[in-house]
Design a protein around this ligand. Sequence first.
Ligand SMILES: [Ca+2]
Ligand SMILES: [Ca+2]
Ligand SMILES: [Ca+2]
Ligand SMILES: [Ca+2]
Length: 428
Amino acid sequence: MIHFRPIWHIVLGVRALVFPCLILAAAVAPAITRRDDVPDAHYLLAATAHPSVGLFNTGSGTGDAVRTGTLIGDKFVLTAGHNLPPVGSSPTFTVGGQTYNVISWSRHPSYTTQVLQGSDLLVARLGQRVLNVAPSKLHTVPVMAGTEMVLVGSGGSGTGTQGVTLYDQRLRSASNVVDVDPAYANVFLCDFDAPNDPSKNSLSSIGSAAEPTTREGTSAAGDSGGPALVSINGEWRIVGVISAIFQFDGSLAGSYSDGTLFSRTQPALSFIRDRAWETGRVDGIVTLEDLTIVPTGRMLTVQLLVPGTETLLETVTVPLAADGGYSFVTSRRGATDLRFSVAGYLRKRATNANITNNGPSGLNASLTAGDVNNDNEIGPADFSALSAAFGTFDGDAGYVQAADLNRDGEIGPLDFAILAGNFGEFGD
Ligand SMILES: [Ca+2]
Ligand SMILES: [Ca+2]
Ligand SMILES: [Ca+2]
Ligand SMILES: [Ca+2]
């Protein structure tokens, strides 16, 4: 017998099509539970790989107010639709060691308490930018059955034999395998398999494997709204949001054979992106030419200018992401020139960008290396600076980072070649 237990309260009307008996019940507050033979420390450590996951407090003031959410933009959090803050509440989101006020939120327009239909999603907006945590990205491809994933939640903990025994609001991450019921396109599932006990393979009827993953586990109450993520080329991407638990054996929530129901995010991408989009937001990628390391944290200055003039409207300084990505928000609207500058590179001007409520997005620029002294010209002064430091390595007395044009830790022939190749050029 499978009980679908929506994590927050009783849900009525969920139809049982593939499950032999679907009974809905109110849940007490269980959360990510673990294999008996794997230490809790493994689950706690694994969660540190997901710093964008935090505690979403609905502000209800009740004992089950603290749920889970994921930062998906510097001001936006993705969580479950059933985590809707009550009217008049003061919800918060805690991530990266700081707590932020949630100032507005938007639930998926197709939200229903019938959790098997999916769309149990909510995008919340924070009152302040989160600057010390990189947001997670959403996977744009539907996740397939059999894919190994992780789920992260801030709820309690316990083991497969005992169920939940501890509620400490610490983030834990379990792994599991995606199970799919073709009758429900907007959700996927996982079950909590036990080592050497195929009787716990509760989703065998839809082809689930009986073997647990090395960090197998499942979720429940405080985990509600937490992400399911898959690793794509070494980067974690969100594929679902923890929506409900089901109990196969009817007792000990979070024990072996119990499982989790996730709302898929891929069918809801347009909703999520639309809500997690600030008006007047400009973004794109700035490529630092000839750089051999990622530009993470390099500061980009963007000057907003009246088109065709030097009349400065606004100056914005933001850090670059690993892929050179940047974004900022401005109240400026209409035709604007944007001049990009990063120390060590010639400035580049993008002319007549039209800033609207919706962008522009994808405003990219590629900056030329070699301006050691930042006078927007690659000339004799830069050559002299590089020559003076030539042959030094990072840590040497004479090493000057600005002259290490490719940032490989050595001021040598490669830097000289870059400078020589760009010699005589001016920036915009
Ligand atoms: Ca499983
Ligand atoms: Ca299974
Ligand atoms: Ca120069
Ligand atoms: Ca170098």
